[in-house]
Design a protein around this ligand. Structure first.
Ligand SMILES: C[S@@+](CC[C@H](N)C(=O)[O-])C[C@H]1O[C@@H](n2cnc3c(N)ncnc32)[C@H](O)[C@@H]1O
Length: 268
């Protein structure tokens, strides 16, 4: 319940420090954010007015990518950096195509966990939530294997999360470790804020988000984002601005350039 004196947080949740999941929720028009998150979100918006169309287009990419993969027969999804549940979550899109689709969500934000538990309480289809850090690949794979058959294709979704891992923590190695554990025929979907679309605005946004978060976020070039797909076969149209990846009639086209790169690739 934003903006009110009665705003309350679940026990144990620090609401005084902005968090990316709640900032993102505010940009998407959600209610699961607090004063510190909104102030940080507004500072980033001042630097980058296109942030709202950007995050909306990013969510739309997620929907199209999951549906595309579900229609290619993928029934297992590992969605890391899930975010606070909103419309068109991965399990909703995947299970609309095949009600037996299995979805494992992973996030390291306790407030996402609280919301995810509430959301999943009413879900009968096979969906689970893991409270883990993207960097903890061993734990993620162990936990994912409780619900997913890693001997069969899995779609790994890293949607707007890799910028939270700086270069000196080798995010490419993290992605490689995860993909190496998945069967041939698995897929990787990535979206990522770019430094080379609207360079001035995106540099200002990267700076504002880093200050707001208290840790370094790293926006990357198209080449840097493409490198995450190394050894995989990129689906058409490759790594493109998210709104240009297989657009359909389901979303209004964004009113501005979004600054986000996105792509999907198959493990041979
Ligand atoms: C910008 S939001 C994106 C949410 C969702 N994937 C989407 O695109 O709509 C980034 C999410 O990644 C999570 N996150 C950030 N760093 C993470 C990490 N190291 N491990 C796991 N989750 C992380 C945040 O808590 C947040 O929920």
């Amino acid at each position: 319940m934003p903006g009110g004196e009665q705003e309350s947080a679940p026990r144990g949740i620090d609401t005084t420090t902005p968090h990316i999941a709640r900032i993102y929720d505010y940009w998407l028009g959600g209610k699961d954010n607090f004063a510190a998150d909104r102030a940080a979100a507004e500072r980033v918006m001042a630097a980058t007015p296109t942030i709202k169309p950007g995050v909306t287009a990013n969510r739309a990419f997620l929907r199209r990518a999951v549906r595309t993969l579900a229609r290619q027969g993928v029934t297992q999804f590992l969605d890391i950096g899930t975010g606070i549940p909103t419309a068109n979550n991965t399990h909703m899109v995947a299970q609309a195509e095949d009600p037996g689709s299995r979805v494992v969500y992973v996030d390291n934000d306790p407030i996402v966990l609280v919301h995810a538990r509430a959301l999943l309480a009413g879900v009968t289809a096979p969906t689970s939530f893991v409270d883990a850090d993207l960097r903890d690949t061993g734990r993620i794979l162990d936990e994912a294997a409780r619900l997913l058959d890693l001997g069969r294709p899995v779609a790994l979704l890293l949607i707007a999360v890799l910028h939270c891992v700086p270069d000196d923590e080798d995010p490419r190695a993290i992605v490689r470790t995860l993909m190496d554990a998945l069967a041939p025929g698995s897929f990787l979907a990535v979206t990522h804020p770019g430094v080379d679309q609207m360079p001035e605005q995106m540099a200002a946004a990267e700076d504002a988000l880093t200050k707001a978060m208290g840790f370094k976020v790293t926006f990357r070039t198209r080449e840097g984002v493409t490198a995450f797909f190394s050894g995989l076969d990129l689906l058409d149209p490759g790594v493109v601005p998210v709104q240009d990846w297989r657009p359909d009639d389901g979303d209004a086209p964004p009113s501005a350039t979004t600054g986000m790169w996105g792509g999907v690739a198959r493990k041979p």
